[in-house]
Design a protein around this ligand. Structure first.
Ligand code: NDP
Length: 398
């Protein structure tokens, strides 16, 4: 008997709810709560079978969260609201004795800056409370860390070069749209790039470094170096890594729109005065852009996300290794009504909670995914809709 509480009823929350409902032997009770209850009710109706109970909460308020937790008494919370809510939800978990999982690290609203320090600072409190917090359990961060842990466990003695490569070769037919929350997405990709080399972080201009990388079943795509949060934990947990980078593909059309949005000030995250009302331009832009949850219906093509790793194998011979998943937008939509970006985030979040509830990932404290045994998680990826493939001793192109 295990009760899960999902917070957030966006694209990712919809997928998490579907996937938990598909695994009734693990998730015997499911509660879905978000700021707008009607969205939770619509998802519950679509899933049917009386599987999902709904509620509402403002997750910026620890007091409201504590009331919600006391009402439902969940075993674990899956936080798929926004990164701004991570700390309030973790505080409420500590107050009520609830375990925690999320897919994105904490970000303060007023600076587009992400790092794990704020959440790692909760380690001792979770340890003392005997509670497990699993950080960054979507695809990237998430599966990217599990893939790396799997490579370290089974193939490498020393991983030296790690490149996480994220390609969306899908087409949603819109001139411009983001695949997950536009505010979070635009904050992420307009900031400086950063990568790790020889013990130091190297900063680049936003999207300054790019190269064509070839993705399986897709072909070559221009890929841009971004800073991504899992790099921080992976270089800490695997000290043999000499260089770690993250690449994401963008089309020219997308980049042109992005440049215009920035040039005209619509990517600003500070408050401005508009006719006597305070607005944040990026939040206003979110209100007029297509809703990522509505993109799925006409989305064609697929995503391909994986890790390209070079180093020494268990016998100290040189090894190159590529592990990846390709996910079809159409198949994701058929199953859950959401596109592949929400799907590839929501499925691993459900699997992470499953790992905890089945006793495989129970470790009091605050942990990134690579600190747990990757094997049972990897098995479930194959079962739950995100099968993976491996290639050995190939040209990694990076
Ligand atoms: P959406 O914007 O579609 O959904 C966010 C949901 O959270 C909405 O239902 C929203 O409610 C709710 N919410 C926002 N603020 C609050 C609040 N204060 N209290 C309660 N609920 C709130 O986002 P996505 O589903 O696209 O993304 C969800 C999370 O997944 C984000 O943190 C994102 O960064 C992360 N992500 C992680 C990825 C990974 O691979 N690791 C990839 C993609 C996303 P309302 O509807 O009322 O606004």
């Amino acid at each position: 008997m295990a009760k899960v509480l999902i917070i957030g009823a966006g694209g990712v929350g919809t997928v998490v709810a579907h996937k938990c409902a598909q695994n009734p032997d693990v998730f015997t009770e499911i509660v879905l709560a978000s700021r707008t209850r009607s969205k939770c009710e619509a998802i519950a109706r679509k899933i049917g079978g009386g599987r999902i109970t709904t509620d509402s909460v403002d997750a910026d308020s620890v007091e409201q969260l504590v009331e919600l937790f006391n009402r439902h008494k969940p075993d674990i919370v899956i936080n798929v609201a926004l990164p701004y809510q991570d700390l309030t939800i973790m505080d409420a978990c500590l107050e009520c004795g609830v375990n925690y999982l999320d897919t994105a690290n904490y970000e303060p609203r007023d600076v587009a800056h992400f790092e794990y320090s704020w959440q790692w600072a909760y380690k001792e409190k979770f340890e003392k409370a005997g509670l497990t917090a699993i950080l960054g359990c979507g695809f990237d961060p998430g599966v990217s860390g599990v893939f790396t842990a799997y490579a370290a466990k089974h193939y490498f003695s020393d991983m030296e070069y790690l490149d996480i490569v994220d390609c969306n070769a899908g087409d949603h037919g819109k001139a411009f749209a983001t695949n997950f929350n536009p505010e979070i997405n635009i904050r992420e990709i307009t900031q400086n790039g950063r990568y790790y080399q020889d013990g130091q972080w190297v900063t680049t201009g936003p999207l300054e470094i790019h190269k064509a990388l070839t993705y399986p079943n897709i072909g070559p795509r221009d890929s841009y170096l971004l800073y991504h949060e899992e790099l921080e934990s992976l270089v800490k947990n695997y000290p043999s890594i000499k260089r770690a980078r993250f690449w994401m593909t963008f089309g020219q059309e997308y980049l042109t729109h992005l440049r215009v949005i920035q040039d005209i000030g619509m990517a600003r995250i500070d408050e401005i005065d508009y006719n006597g009302q305070k607005i944040v331009p990026l939040q206003f832009l979110k209100a007029v852009l297509p809703n990522p949850q509505d993109l799925g219906e006409n989305y064609t093509g697929e995503t391909s996300i994986g890790c390209r790793i070079e180093g020494l194998d268990k016998e100290k011979n040189h090894l190159t290794y590529y592990i990846y998943n390709n996910c079809s937008h159409e198949a994701a939509y058929r199953e859950t009504g959401m596109q592949a970006v929400s799907y590839t985030t929501g499925v691993p979040a459900m699997i992470g909670a499953m790992m905890f509830l089945t006793g495989k990932w129970v470790k009091p404290g605050v942990h990134n995914v690579e600190e747990f045994d990757p094997d049972p998680f990897m098995e479930q990826l194959n079962v739950q809709g995100l099968p993976w493939n491996e290639q050995f001793n190939i040209d990694l192109e990076v």
